[in-house]
Design a protein around this ligand. Sequence first.
Ligand SMILES: [Zn+2]
Length: 266
Amino acid sequence: MAGNKKKPFYGKLILSGTVRCETGLHVGASSDIMEIGGLDNPVMRDPFTGYPYIPGSSLKGKLRSIAERIQGKQFNRSIRPGFRHECSERQCAVCRLFGSTAKEKDEENIPSRLRVRDAFLASQSVEWLRGIDTPLSFTELKYENTLDRVTCHADPRPVERIPAGARFSYEIVYDLDDEEQCLEDLENLLNCMAVLEDDYLGGHGSRGYGKIRFLNNRLTLRGKDYYLGKEGEKVLAKEEESLPRLREILGELYERDIKPVFGREG
Ligand SMILES: [Zn+2]
């Protein structure tokens, strides 16, 4: 029974750094699938500051879809729009990282081990974008020629996008739940991030939008004792790490610093 299970708390691992836009980025307020003949979606903006931002759900959704493809999972669940993979197997490399909702009564939810935070505009980018020559606030307009699928009528439409060069601060928190699966989970996550760099985020990817890079990656360990006020956090990888470098040293960091956390009483 689910109620009898003990789930020890070992702590969290925080991966943070910068997302830099290599090309214009359009993360729309609603559906990014309606690329052609769709609405001229504005980009997502923080309602308090008015600055554009990258919603954590967009980043997580993209990483998940990459993970599903890398792991060769079946897209068995209908979401709006499209399909994705979700199952009730606790060993599933995708669902244990990204979570899964039970479909049948006898199934259990698999909680996501990842929290992907909203990525807000970095302060130096706020200043830079404030100064660019554009009719919009912090963003640019690019005209894309779209073709009406029914009438074949060409219709140039403005698309709002975040200019190349803009930087956002990202943060991904991983729950330290399972010693057996931890290293594999972290490798999977970094692999997905590497694939995303050669894929795209947001809409209009086929037109060259949404190329991003993860820079200044920092990995911080906060064991249970950190939250109990008994010890400080441990910075395992400092801010200058590139994604490939982080993948290279991950095994070492795991053996030396992360694995011992599971040895303590949860
Ligand atoms: Zn699954």
